[in-house]
Design a protein around this ligand. Structure first.
Ligand SMILES: Nc1ncnc2c1ncn2[C@@H]1O[C@H](COP(=O)(O)OP(=O)(O)OP(=O)(O)O)[C@@H](O)[C@H]1O
Length: 278
């Protein structure tokens, strides 16, 4: 094992199988992935190729079947790392106001939790309101989740993911349930938040335009077993705009990613056929 000292997240020779015996599913074949601090990496690929599995391994939710996962220079789980998460479903607590939902990580995560009682009506409240304003939700802090639209809830969910200045931001299809206009608006907001704070981001998405707009690197995966088959740098200047997504270079990138995914699907199907005895 050789650890990459510059990497903030590193998967080395990692494999992951769910279940045992007849129920065993080889979700991730031998995988290496190195992500520098402050990088924004998107994982794309067909359903079931192991994208969410990589997120779970990096957050330490599941242990690797073999290999090593390092975060911040230590084996995952050895040292607490501040992680922020957002999913397709915003999962805000219905009985809390939007502001209290956003402040939730400050109540739970050290070192903030020790100061929560003292600062919840002052500094922490201001911090939540400033973030809500940055995503266009000024004045909505006292509302409850049922009073907001899907796009507004997802903005609040991004605030909750970022309130405790996470070192790692894990996003699993955060905009998957939104209409195209709201989604594009939120790409701009997420890009701005990332440029301001520079957490290390891992984004899982099925939307190749979203991956190319937001990420500095796009990793294409294939299924059965899951592996990374291509790792592309995206060097369009920032801040990126929606207009840029219609430019030839951008369109060519998304087309190439699409072709790579389609051909990887073919490879996977061929691998499956080889595994079936004649
Ligand atoms: N808890 C589990 N138990 C058994 N198999 C699982 C479990 N979680 C995932 N799998 C299987 O592991 C493989 C990879 O799943 P994973 O959720 O990582 O894929 P994904 O690329 O995120 O898929 P999607 O794009 O559909 O969300 C799939 O074949 C899936 O069915």
């Amino acid at each position: 094992m050789t650890e990459d000292a510059r990497a903030f997240v590193q998967l080395q020779d990692v494999t992951l199988a769910y279940g045992r015996g007849e129920r065993r599913v080889a979700a991730l074949g031998k995988t290496d992935l190195s992500i520098a601090k402050g990088d924004f990496v998107a994982l794309v690929g067909p359903s079931g190729c192991g994208k969410s599995t990589i997120l779970k391994l990096v957050t330490g939710l599941i242990p690797a079947s073999s290999g090593w996962v390092f975060v911040a220079g230590r084996e995952v789980g050895a040292e607490p790392v501040r992680v922020g998460m957002a999913f397709q479903n915003p999962t805000l607590l219905p009985w809390l106001s939007i502001r209290d939902n956003v402040m939730l990580p400050l109540k739970i995560v050290p070192p903030f939790r020790q100061e929560f009682r003292a600062k919840r009506r002052g500094e922490f409240r201001d911090r939540a309101d400033a973030l809500l304003a940055q995503v266009g939700l000024s004045g909505f802090g006292d509302k409850f989740p049922w009073q907001l639209s899907g796009g507004m809830l997802q903005r609040a969910s991004l605030c909750r993911a970022l309130i405790h200045d996470p070192q790692l931001l894990m996003l699993d299809e955060p905009f998957g349930a939104l209409d195209q206009f709201t989604r594009e608006e939120l790409w701009g907001i997420l890009q701005e938040l990332w440029m301001d704070r520079r957490p290390t981001v891992l984004l899982v998405t099925h939307d190749l335009k979203e991956a190319s707009f937001l990420a500095t690197r796009v990793c294409v995966m294939r299924a059965r077993p899951g592996r990374i088959v291509e790792d592309s740098f995206v060097d369009f200047p920032r801040p990126r705009t929606i207009e840029m997504t219609y430019e030839p270079g951008f369109v060519a990138l998304t087309q190439r990613l699409r072709e790579r995914i389609v051909s990887a699907r073919g490879d996977a199907a061929a691998a499956d056929l080889q595994e079936i005895p004649a």
